[in-house]
Write a protein that binds this ligand. Structure first.
Ligand SMILES: [Zn+2]
Length: 304
């Protein structure tokens, strides 16, 4: 039984996940910018130990998916914006010491990609690209069941491909990145800029709901969002032509609003590759996807 740990900006989730990717127990604790690493580690270890005891199962390994940049090879957390006191700490070494089992860590987008490839929409697919669109845009690339890494274990930054160099500035240093144009906050910022006096366009989720109710500005925001999503996905298809692209994240709960325009953009700009062979699918692992992903991180590293 693998202990799964999902380190997020607002909560820690912990679960027991069996070898088929089923979550048998789960616990959660809040976290945030004030939370210290030692309190977080204590909370994770406490929840894991308590679940293992009450379920009567032994934890044989621990997999972690974490927000922010991480070093999967050393287990160290990087510049985790949401959890400033966790920077440069090493939950892999610390949980190994506490539980005496092997521990593996990946960025949460890579964890999501691994889970969809093994147990979700990407089962039996050779080449998978996973994209998560929410407060940012992230992703992971799986080739033949193996997570693609750059030099030194680098995680590919799919959200920082430039879509429009005249676009808004991005945290990475460029202007007009995919994330700066198409993540949830970009969608609401644009809608608000079109109607500054009206505060009903505060979140991407609200805008999607209003678009379903035929609000004209919300419809334009959705069209714009779909065009930018389509450009980024079309770029990935031109570069990789994977078997499948799996779409995840909070904004993709409204995917039916965007899919027609995304497909039209792919048809328009991907004619030199067999784009019709790339399946566009929605993430399939539901609300426990992050825990399932964390567990898969362990299997990917240490499993058969
Ligand atoms: Zn960027």
């Amino acid at each position: 039984m693998v202990g799964a740990v999902d380190i997020g900006g607002t909560k820690l989730a912990v679960g027991l996940v069996n070898e088929d990717g089923k979550v048998l127990a789960r616990r959660e604790a809040p976290t945030g910018p004030e939370s210290t690493y030692s309190a977080g580690l204590e909370s994770i270890a406490g929840m894991l130990g308590e679940m293992s005891k009450s379920s009567g199962v032994e934890i044989t390994g621990i997999g972690i998916g974490s927000t922010g940049p991480v070093d999967p090879l050393t287990g160290e957390l990087g510049e985790v914006d949401f959890l400033p006191h966790w920077r440069q700490r090493n939950p892999v070494q610390d949980l190994d010491k506490l539980f005496g089992v092997k521990v593996a860590l990946e960025n949460d987008a890579d964890a999501g990609a691994l889970a969809e490839a093994a147990w979700g929409a990407g089962r039996d697919k050779t080449r998978l690209i996973y994209i998560t669109v929410g407060t940012g845009i992230g992703g992971g690339i799986i080739l033949d069941g193996t997570l693609y890494r750059g030099v030194g274990g680098a995680h590919p930054e799919l959200g920082h491909q430039v879509i429009d160099p005249s676009g808004p500035p991005c945290s990475c240093g460029f202007e007009g990145c995919w994330e700066a144009l198409a993540a949830g906050p970009a969608m609401s910022a644009w809608a608000q800029s079109q109607s500054p006096a009206d505060d009903s366009y505060r979140t991407a989720e609200q805008i999607c709901q209003m678009a379903r109710e035929a609000d004209p500005l919300a419809r334009r925001a959705v069209e714009r969002e779909a065009r930018y999503l389509g450009l980024g996905i079309a770029n990935l298809i031109n570069l990789f032509t994977p078997d499948i692209i799996v779409l995840a994240g909070s904004l993709m709960k409204s995917a039916p609003l965007f899919l027609d325009e995304i497909r039209a953009t792919i048809v328009r700009g991907c004619r030199f590759v067999p784009h019709e062979k790339t399946e566009l699918a929605l993430a399939s692992l539901g609300d426990d996807a992050n825990l399932i992903g964390a567990a898969r991180v362990w299997h990917h590293r240490f499993g058969p």
